[in-house]
Design a protein around this ligand. Structure first.
Ligand SMILES: O=C(O)CCC(=O)C(=O)O
Ligand SMILES: [Fe+2]
Length: 282
């Protein structure tokens, strides 16, 4: 994955970050630089932001139009942070807490898929890495890289695979009360590039939807390629990642469920990531 701009400053701060981008403290120049990085690389990392939900929303509103958080509290209203920020109350959903979170794109089965997905690392947790060296490192994988990899590994079948993925619909379960959205995984963007939607357990859903053996081969090959080209990025508290959610999947490695302090006292991991979804024209 190409290098991404970084900022080593506090954000009261947006101006300081702008300076780091060589933008002379002009917020509009900063936003332009972020968009350019996302257009080029699909993602951008900004370091050392205040871990403050209001600041996150301020920056988000400069980048696009906020979409309500999927996991928001039912009682939240647009004046509440919980209406816009995901993972505000919970560390993780029960199922993925401490486990590998497979690669996925945000809103892959929702009526509106955000164009931009922002993740602010609030607290990276202080547990030691597990036996395999995992401590919740973030994972990112670009659809373009996966398709290139597919061509390398399956020079004979890549075209057939891409055709299946462009045309075979799959219904990814996510939110039971939303209408199902059976659609293919791969799409061609208007500019001629690739975009995609991807959800955890996609292979299971395709099987349930009755995909043929050849179509399942295509999906298995794509999933393997997506994972083969994924990049691990250990985020620190205050790191913000903005991804083009139509081009880049995200996930994370497992992490220890408990933190152990100097005297052997165990407490649940404090690891916590906020997320925000945006519509944006980039
Ligand atoms: O816990 C994480 O690092 C990522 C969680 C996630 O997928 C999200 O916030 O959208
Ligand atoms: Fe996610």
């Amino acid at each position: 994955m190409p290098e991404t701009p970084e900022c080593g400053t506090q954000l009261s701060q947006v101006a300081d970050i702008a300076a780091r981008f060589g933008c002379d403290g002009d917020i509009d120049e900063l936003i332009k630089a972020i968009f350019e990085a996302i257009r080029n690389d699909g993602l951008v990392l900004i370091r050392n932001l205040p871990r403050d939900p209001a600041t996150l929303l301020t920056l988000a509103r400069k980048l696009g139009r906020l979409q309500p958080a999927t996991s928001r509290a039912a009682s939240a209203t647009p004046g509440d942070l919980a209406y816009w920020i995901g993972n505000l109350d919970a560390h993780e959903t029960e199922r993925w807490w401490g486990e590998l979170l497979p690669l996925h794109t945000a809103g892959a089965n929702e009526p509106t898929e955000p164009k931009l997905h922002m993740m602010l690392m609030l607290d990276a947790g202080s547990g030691l890495p597990d036996a395999d060296g995992n401590s919740g490192q973030s994972l990112f994988s670009r659809v373009d890289d996966a398709i290139e990899e597919l061509g390398r590994v399956y020079p004979e079948r890549a075209e057939e695979f891409l055709d299946a993925l462009l045309h075979t619909a799959v219904t990814a379960d996510y939110i039971p009360y939303l209408p199902p959205r059976p659609e293919p995984i791969l799409r061609r963007s208007s500019a001629g590039g690739w975009t995609f939607r991807y959800w955890i357990d996609m292979q299971k859903y395709a099987r349930r939807d009755g995909w043929s053996a050849d179509e399942l081969d295509a999906l298995d090959a794509f999933d393997a390629a997506l994972n083969a080209v994924r990049v691990q990025l250990p985020l620190h508290a205050g790191d913000l990642v903005v991804v083009d959610n139509h081009r880049v999947a995200h996930g994370r490695m497992p992490f220890p469920r408990e933190q152990i302090d100097g005297s052997g006292h165990r407490t649940p991991s404090t690891r916590r990531v906020y997320n925000v979804h945006l519509e944006a024209d980039i």
